[in-house]
Design a protein around this ligand. Structure first.
Ligand SMILES: NC(=O)C1=CN([C@@H]2O[C@H](COP(=O)(O)OP(=O)(O)OC[C@H]3O[C@@H](n4cnc5c(N)ncnc54)[C@H](OP(=O)(O)O)[C@@H]3O)[C@@H](O)[C@H]2O)[C@@H](O)CC1
Ligand SMILES: [K+]
Length: 507
């Protein structure tokens, strides 16, 4: 792995930044709103033709703003290409300017349009285009807009292409109140928006395609990105082949601590993930009763019985990175282990019961650490509700990173990684099959192993967290392709972790 590799990741921008970029482009290049709308409508029509070349009946739902304007441009292109096009609009008058001109051009050319009436239902079409609302949405959908979105959800079997953002989704946060279009494909204009990649917005967007509308990157030069997007395409650059003269001491020593009585499995998953992600050495410190099972399962892991913190000390002395939390429990034993781990200055990954303990203690000094909360743990760590965390996952991860002065991986659909002073990253991989017990333990071991291998070259906690969260999600996708999402086990990720961590060797 190389330092600074995150600089290459594609960036996404909030809607306010997109509007500034649009103004910069218009003033520098001499484009106007109609030009951009014409480009947006054309890009959408081309994508529709590419994805659904057989579609003859095309329905377009058009809202009152410029997102609707994009829809009218597409409708006219489809109509003039001989397709049967049907525009459904809301009762509202189309906003003056480019959107109204696009609507008038479609209607003057003889295009069909009707106002949506809930009792009439939806016409049968081959594809729907969602051009109700884009980045100008400021409130939850209600009335006819909500009824139309519900009809698209319940009374329609045709695929949906959303323009810019699925209507009802907040482009910046991905939040919606339960009423939002669920698209098969979303074509984002000018730049990706964070809300397309995480939380509910990720689910609503389906596949995301970006069209810059011909605007050069420099229109964003002075604008702080909202996040960068980590995709599987980055993995080969992050995992170059190992030096031929490498030795195990070069790849760090991960010490996994956890597995109070009755919780040995979580620690076994964490330790095996660290081994499969390429740590040079892996040790496990756990309750005596788990030692035989762990040794039998993975003799490569140096498993030790630890009853009190004094027995842990020699293991801490030998380690280069700590992974603590899986199966740690909420008893005195776990608390003593956590105290001993936090007393070192070793880099550490904290998960599960370690996070619950930290939330109870209100500790604020985690040092060189990665924490990997799911939304429930994040809510406890922040003293907020899960709904508050999920309403804007990027901001919640940033709040956590600020509060605990460490790197945060907020798990869930589109995991978000944040750290003080870093542009947050969103993982564009993973699937619902991964929502199962033990997946987090694998993530903890994966990140710890990357942290160990990066040292002493200086792979930061943030870099290891982004790389590890992507590797873990991509391994989950590969495992799901090989047998399906339902019934996917955390241990199914192990062969995939190894395969994905060796992309060059594989090619
Ligand atoms: N900017 C660019 O670079 C480019 C932008 N382009 C396109 O324009 C889109 C942005 O267009 P936009 O600004 O006109 O906003 P849009 O999303 O159409 O909605 C605004 C309208 O909806 C209304 N409204 C809002 N919420 C509502 C609600 N809950 N329920 C009901 N009504 C609601 C709101 O009314 P208001 O609240 O202001 O009274 C207003 O009338 C963008 O996503 C992209 O597709 C491209 O053409 C190319 C370049
Ligand atoms: K839309």
């Amino acid at each position: 792995m190389r330092n600074g590799f995150l600089h290459d990741l594609p960036k996404v921008h909030r809607s306010a930044a997109v509007r500034v970029a649009e103004q910069v482009a218009m003033s520098r290049v001499g484009l106007d709103e109609d030009d951009l709308m014409a480009r947006a409508g054309l890009a959408a029509w081309r994508l529709l033709l590419d994805r659904w070349p057989e579609a003859q009946r095309i329905g377009v739902v058009c809202g009152p703003g410029n997102n609707g304007g994009d829809g009218y441009v597409l409708a006219e292109l489809a109509r003039s290409s001989g397709r049967h096009v049907f525009v459904l609009r809301l009762g509202d008058e189309v906003k003056a300017g480019a959107a109204r001109r696009a609507a008038e051009a479609y209607l003057l050319a003889g295009g069909e349009a009707a106002t949506f009436v809930v009792d009439d239902g939806l016409p049968q079409v081959d594809v729907w285009v969602d051009a109700l609302f884009g980045i100008g949405l400021h409130r939850a959908l209600e009335g006819a807009a909500a009824d139309l979105v519900a009809a698209l959800d319940h009374d329609n079997a045709a695929p949906i292409l959303a323009l810019d953002i699925p209507s009802g989704v907040d482009a910046d946060s991905g939040h919606h109140d339960g009423v939002a279009v669920r698209a098969d494909v979303t074509l984002a204009f000018i730049a990706g928006k964070p809300g397309l990649y995480t939380g509910r917005g990720r689910v609503a967007a389906g596949e995301v395609v970006i069209d810059t509308l011909g605007l050069a990157d420099h229109v964003f030069d002075d604008l702080e990105p909202a996040a960068c997007i980590a995709r599987i395409a980055a993995l080969p650059r992050w995992f170059p082949p190992r030096a031929r003269d490498a030795h195990k001491g070069r790849f760090g020593h991960v010490l996994c601590i956890g597995g109070d009585r009755g919780y040995g499995g979580a620690l076994a998953l964490c330790a095996e993930a660290a081994l499969r992600t390429g740590a040079g050495l892996v040790s496990a410190a756990t309750r005596a009763e788990h030692v035989p099972a762990l040794l039998a399962r993975r003799p490569e892991c140096m498993t030790r019985a630890v009853d009190d913190a004094s027995e842990l000390q020699p293991l801490l002395d030998a380690a280069s990175v700590i992974a603590i939390g899986p199966g740690l429990g909420d008893g005195e034993w776990g608390a003593a282990m956590l105290d001993a781990a936090l007393a070192t200055d070793l880099p550490r990954v904290l998960d599960a019961d370690a996070l619950n303990a930290i939330a109870r203690r209100d500790a604020r000094t985690l040092g060189d650490a990665v924490i990997t909360p799911h939304p429930g743990e994040a809510a406890r760590l922040l003293g907020e509700t899960v709904a508050e965390v999920e309403r804007d996952r990027v901001q919640a991860a940033r709040r956590l990173a600020g509060r605990y002065a460490c790197t945060v991986v907020l798990k869930g659909a589109g995991s978000v990684i944040a750290a003080p002073g870093e542009i947050p990253a969103i993982v564009d991989a993973g699937n619902p099959g991964m929502a199962t017990g033990g997946m987090g333990d694998v993530l903890t071991g994966t990140i710890a192993a990357l942290l160990a291998q990066g040292r002493p070259q200086g792979l930061s906690c943030f870099e290891a967290a982004v790389c590890g969260a992507l590797l873990h999600a991509a391994a989950g996708d590969a495992a799901a392709r090989d047998g399906g999402e339902r019934g996917l086990l955390p241990s199914d990720l192990f062969p995939q972790l190894r395969r994905l961590a060796n992309p060059v060797a594989r090619a």
